[in-house]
Design a protein around this ligand. Structure first.
Ligand code: DGY
Length: 287
């Protein structure tokens, strides 16, 4: 069996793959994304592919892989980078990583929420640039979490979205990106939010209409935003959202703890190995 691994992984993941002795491994051994041409060449004839959320696995890649490919194991819980219809048509199985990164991502969501509502990046900047002249009663005030209403988009289909936007002091978006959620947080959505409320997104950037978010932040329609995900990623450094003081943007680090990334890599390796052997996957996406 031959597999292609599309990025450098935490070493526990590659070790799990290598120690199984079940496959020969070809790897794009870099922290940077595999160039498209290398990906297309790398997957050719392979039985397994271990990929990342930044690899677009579409018809072209599947055609390049050819009929041997039986398992795609993605180092992510999100699967919006995979052409699932094409994958299903070809009878290829998909392993993904639910659960393992939940705690790390939840922690990051809270950190981002507090950073945005208590204006931490702005405050840090003021300390550095000499703006901190004295203690001032009205300076750098924000909105507190205590006693507030937090609306979580992605907890289940239990609250109409409009009601959630209208009633929440904090909106935290954690849902998957699907055709149904793409652009869901738009002008209408922000228009329903309170002027004092804070918007957080730790799911996928494309769930948000970023132009509408920019407008909502500039016009004071909402108080602040914290984004761990953007569209595109990376966000160009001259993007208008980056010039706003009331918008905190992180580089998609929701799951970035050493322990979480290591556990994700091991799980991705086990998914890949089980797929190669035709066994039950530790976590298989039902197509
Ligand atoms: C995922 O796994 O989909 C996350 O976005 C990575 O943090």
């Amino acid at each position: 069996m031959e597999v292609f691994v599309s990025r450098r992984l935490p070493r526990e993941g590659l070790a799990a793959l290598a120690q199984a002795g079940a496959c020969s491994i070809q790897q794009w051994d870099s922290d940077e994304p595999v160039p498209r041409a290398e990906l297309l060449a790398g997957v050719a004839g392979k039985h397994g592919l271990l990929c990342l959320l930044s690899d677009r696995i579409d018809k072209e890649v599947l055609d390049a892989a050819g009929p041997n490919l039986k398992i795609i194991s993605t180092l992510s819980v999100g699967v919006d980078h995979l052409a699932l219809d094409e994958i299903k048509k070809r009878g290829i199985r998909v392993g993904y990583i639910p659960d393992i990164l939940t705690d790390a991502t939840a922690e990051l969501s809270v950190a981002l929420l507090l950073a945005a509502c208590r204006r931490l990046p702005e405050a840090v900047e003021e300390v550095k640039n000499g703006g901190w002249t004295t203690w001032k009663p009205l300076w750098l005030c924000g909105y507190g979490l205590s006693g507030s209403t937090v609306g979580i988009v992605g907890l289940g289909r239990i609250v109409p979205l409009a009601k959630l936007a209208e009633e929440s002091d904090f909106v935290v978006v954690t849902c998957s990106l699907t055709p149904g959620t793409e652009g869901m947080c738009n002008k209408d959505f922000f228009g329903r939010m309170k002027k004092t409320s804070v918007f957080i997104n730790t799911s996928r950037g494309a769930v948000v209409n970023q132009e509408d978010l920019h407008q909502a932040l500039v016009s004071g329609q909402i108080a602040a935003a914290g984004l761990d995900v953007t569209s595109p990623e990376p966000l160009p450094t001259d993007h208008p959202l980056l010039s706003l003081k009331n918008c905190v943007i992180l580089p998609h680090i929701g799951s970035a703890t050493f322990a979480t990334r290591s556990a994700m890599a091991v799980q991705a390796a086990h998914n890949l190995l089980a797929g190669l052997r035709g066994e039950r996957l530790p976590s298989e996406l039902q197509l």
